[in-house]
Design a protein around this ligand. Structure first.
Ligand code: FPP
Length: 253
């Protein structure tokens, strides 16, 4: 549904700081962060994981319900194989090193994206992280890994086509809700706010269907530099937006 599910106010943080129920983050600029410091690109990704930890903590502190981070896109396969395998290993290491802490913090982990092309051991690790945190009721940390918005929609179409072919679904009954429930993110509300770091201003195939009414905030800092202060600055910007969802909005004009 295209509507903001709830609005919260951070105590002592100024009047009406609005907290998104679902925050999407395109963590961009790891490579540029590293290059600017004369380091290997992979060092940028390592620092990117630290920034991800900070983000998760900020989301918990301020009561964000869901945070979806874009950590490997279907298009990232075109990068040099060493970098691809480094990012895959980062996911393994992140799960290995952080899962217990995420469990202690009542975080529910979801990994959305295609399982195709992933090694069976990585799929087991992902499934295990999801299973071990399935009962948690706090922040939902949704990692978009091997994810592409168009591929997600194509997969959903394939699922629906199978249902039609099997006689379980009447094509005339297909509506927006039918498609939404066939996406990887079926049980996750649409993102209220999407942040992209590093000054780039594109969606790059992230949550295409779900972002129809999202607010976008683009910030200049590279992902490894995105900290609690950046997070609060973005929320201030977001709080000033008048979300209209195609209607007239709060001013009625
Ligand atoms: C974008 O920076 C970042 C990525 C493609 C990888 C993102 C990965 C992390 C932040 C680590 C967290 C990941 C996991 C698996 C938990 P870029 O490489 O596109 O930077 P550039 O545009 O400056 O080259």
């Amino acid at each position: 549904m295209a509507s903001e599910t709830a609005a919260k106010v951070i105590p002592g943080s100024g009047p009406g700081l609005r907290i998104p129920v679902h925050l999407g983050v395109i963590m961009d600029g790891n490579g540029r962060w590293a290059k600017a410091r004369g380091k290997m690109r992979t060092e940028g990704h390592v620092q990117g994981v630290n920034a991800l930890r900070t983000l998760v903590q900020s989301c918990i502190t301020h009561g964000v319900g869901y945070v979806t981070v874009f950590s490997f896109s279907s298009e990232n396969w075109t990068r040099p194989p060493e970098e691809v395998s480094f990012i895959f290993n980062l996911l393994r290491r992140f799960v290995a090193s952080d899962l217990q802490r995420l469990i202690r913090n009542n975080v529910k982990v979801r990994i959305i994206g295609s399982r195709q092309g992933l090694e069976p051991s990585l799929i087991r690790l992902i499934d295990d992280a999801e299973a071990k945190t399935a009962g948690n009721t706090g922040l939902v940390l949704c990692v978009a890994f091997n994810y592409g918005g168009r591929a997600e929609i194509a997969d959903a179409m394939r699922t629906l086509a199978h249902e039609v072919a099997a006689g379980r679904l009447d094509p005339m009954s297909i509506c927006e809700a039918t498609i939404t429930r066939s996406l990887y993110s079926a049980d996750i509300p649409d993102p209220d706010l999407i942040i992209r770091t590093s000054g780039e201003q594109r969606l790059s195939n992230f949550l295409l269907w779900q972002s129809a009414y999202s607010e976008f905030v683009f910030v200049p800092e590279n992902w490894p530099d995105f900290d609690e202060e950046s997070f609060l600055r973005v929320l201030e910007t977001y709080s000033l937006r008048d979300r209209r969802f195609g209607g007239l909005g709060s001013s009625g004009t």
